[in-house]
Design a protein around this ligand. Structure first.
Ligand code: PAF
Length: 273
């Protein structure tokens, strides 16, 4: 049905824009939609909690959901179609074809979530083939995901323009995320340590420090001074290859993942630009 709709839209010379989401929408998602409106005239949002991108001990079962509220929000955003497939529709009984990338998933989040990007690349491929967008918008908050999708689109000649939209933050700086919903009031304070560590890194670079290890040590110390934080990784790496760099001699991305209580939070910032 969605494919037929997309074919119809294409015949009418509409420019289809896709914003893929896993639902439980917040202002961050809405900002992706706003950005999307600037790039086309048929706005499609998908809502699908993709099981293949969750590891066995991750939060697939508890991932927050509120479809009714999501649909209300989307209506107000002037969205033309919402695609809400179920897992059976996406992964038929005998499903066995996955999209994998050789290098990019080995770094950052991929190191501790080994099947995550295979799941993302596969579902995004399926969403692209179903919705047939000309343009798709992804948040810069999931920086590695954006780089993975861009690489996949280039490698497999999807011919879709990929837009990276800026991270939306709460007034105190916490990056918006559906997973913030897991935080208790005390953990919410600890969660701010991710943003504070990025700000600290920015200051250190401004003061002339170029050694990545020194900056990572300072960020580690800052985060560990907050209760219930468990650092997965803090990395300062190349903006394209995601390979760690030692001396900050060009724009770099600092990316980190920290478990705060049961929420695994990520954030990143481009530094030294
Ligand atoms: O960023 C997300 O919400 C998901 O990873 C995506 C892109 C919708 C794929 O399931």
């Amino acid at each position: 049905m969605m494919q037929a709709r997309s074919d119809r839209m294409r015949r009418q010379y509409k420019t289809i824009v896709l914003v893929p989401t896993m639902g439980f929408l917040h202002e961050g998602h809405l900002s992706l939609i706003k950005e999307g409106h600037r790039h086309g005239d048929d706005m499609v949002v998908s809502i699908f909690v993709n099981p293949t991108q969750f590891g066995p001990d991750e939060d697939l079962e508890s991932y927050p959901k509120n479809l009714e509220r999501d649909l209300e929000l989307l209506q107000k955003q002037g969205v033309n179609a919402v695609f809400t497939p179920d897992a059976k529709e996406i992964y038929g009984k005998k499903f066995q074809t996955y999209v994998t990338l050789e290098k990019l998933p080995n770094y950052l989040c991929g190191a501790s979530r080994p099947i995550h990007f295979r799941g993302v690349a596969t579902v995004v491929t399926k969403l692209f083939n179903t919705v047939k967008p000309h343009v798709a918008v992804f948040g810069l908050k999931d920086y590695q995901q954006l780089i993975v999708i861009r690489q996949m689109v280039r490698d497999l000649d999807f011919g879709i323009e990929i837009i990276g939209a800026p991270t939306l933050r709460e007034p105190d700086g916490l990056a918006m995320s559906s997973r913030n919903n897991y935080l208790t009031a005390e953990q919410r304070i600890s969660a701010l340590s991710l943003y504070k560590s990025l700000q600290k890194a920015k200051e250190l670079i401004k003061s002339g420090i170029r050694d990545a290890a020194t900056i990572i040590d300072a960020a580690t110390e800052l985060i560990q001074s907050y209760p219930e934080t468990d650092i997965d990784y803090i990395s300062i790496c190349d903006t394209e290859t995601l390979v760690d760099i030692k001396a900050i001699d060009r724009p770099v991305v600092m990316a980190l993942a920290v478990k705060v209580g049961k929420a695994r939070l990520i954030d990143n910032m481009i530094l030294n630009q």
